[in-house]
Design a protein around this ligand. Structure first.
Ligand SMILES: Nc1nc2c(ncn2[C@@H]2O[C@H](COP(=O)(O)OP(=O)(O)O)[C@@H](O)[C@H]2O)c(=O)[nH]1
Ligand SMILES: [Mg+2]
Length: 291
């Protein structure tokens, strides 16, 4: 993950004094790093108010200041993992476009809750691809979770229904329902996605308790469109941002928070089961600034 692309923040602050020109360059760098214009101007103002005209004795001072500001901006968007498990069972739908990391993230979430002694079930409601069903089944075996599937091409809502029933009957703590990804350009998949919610709500109007949208940090600005599209058709209650272990620009996370005020639950930092980390504004800001 990086914040400042190929530019070097360090070079920018090699000047001895923070003046208007430097502040404008700083803002440009922020915009190029996907944080969005509002966030960029916010951070520029903060730097200006605090440091304009002052001598820069040590660049570290600037990095620490920035890290602290970013951490403060992101703090209200932290959502604890335990909030996903406030009811018994807690029903969680996992949404997102194809390839963002939904299935992998469910596996990793399952692992975190399993390690915490919770009983869980995975529902393979991405019935669109055989590989997707197998992939989730593998995860369920790996972490010893219950697993519900149907044949390829069956109605995803019926898999959702069966998954919830298993969770209720076996008195499990959590059910994670995987969904198919190619939504924006596939009308029937979109309808099927909406039907999952209709069916779950018939069982219990409170279902699902959570709908997590998974976003791939490498898609940059496009992630914003995805939030917009999914919010139109479902009540997104939290985000998980994946692939922050790559050269993705982590700044997109700031833009999303600012624009949509959605909480962030966790960040994906790799493909392994241990690579999902609860979102900490402090840790995240530290990682951003380090690069
Ligand atoms: N580097 C990296 N790869 C990830 C991460 N999360 C998922 N992936 C990979 O992204 C690809 C797509 O993941 P998958 O879970 O199948 O996406 P889905 O189509 O949304 O279900 C797979 O190769 C995953 O291993 C992550 O945090 N970092
Ligand atoms: Mg999948």
């Amino acid at each position: 993950m990086k914040l400042f692309g190929n530019f070097n923040l360090s070079n920018l602050f090699s000047k001895k004094k923070i003046d208007k020109d430097l502040l404008n360059k700083f803002e440009e760098l922020l915009i190029e790093s996907d944080v969005g214009t509002e966030m960029a101007s916010d951070l520029k103002e903060k730097l200006k108010n605090e440091k304009i005209g002052k001598e820069i004795k040590d660049k570290k001072e600037i990095f620490d200041f920035l890290g602290h500001q970013i951490s403060k901006l992101l703090l209200p968007y932290e959502k604890k993992l335990t909030e996903l498990n406030k009811s018994s069972p807690s029903i969680v739908v996992v949404a997102g476009v194809n390839g963002v990391g939904k299935t992998t993230t469910i596996g990793k979430l399952g692992k975190l809750f399993k390690d915490d002694g919770k009983k869980i079930v995975f529902g393979a409601a991405d019935t669109f691809r055989a590989a997707a069903i197998e992939q989730l089944e593998l995860w369920s075996k790996k972490i010893n979770a219950d697993f519900v599937k149907s044949d390829l091409g069956t109605d995803p809502a019926s898999v959702g229904y069966k998954t919830v029933k298993v969770a209720e009957e076996k008195k499990l703590d959590l059910a994670f329902i995987d969904t198919a990804g190619r939504l924006q350009n596939k009308k029937n998949l979109m309808e099927e996605y909406k039907k999952i919610f209709t069916v779950l709500k018939k069982i219990n109007p409170e279902y699902p308790h959570e709908t997590i949208l998974v976003l791939d940090a490498t898609t940059g600005q496009n992630a914003l469109n995805q939030v917009e599209e999914f919010q139109k058709i479902s009540n997104i209650t939290g985000l998980i941002i994946t692939k922050l272990d790559t050269s993705a620009k982590g700044g997109i996370l700031l833009a999303i928070c600012k624009k949509y005020s959605l909480p962030i639950i966790a960040v994906g930092m790799g493909e392994k089961e241990s690579d999902l980390h609860p979102f900490s504004s402090k840790e995240f800001a530290k990682m951003l600034i380090k690069n």
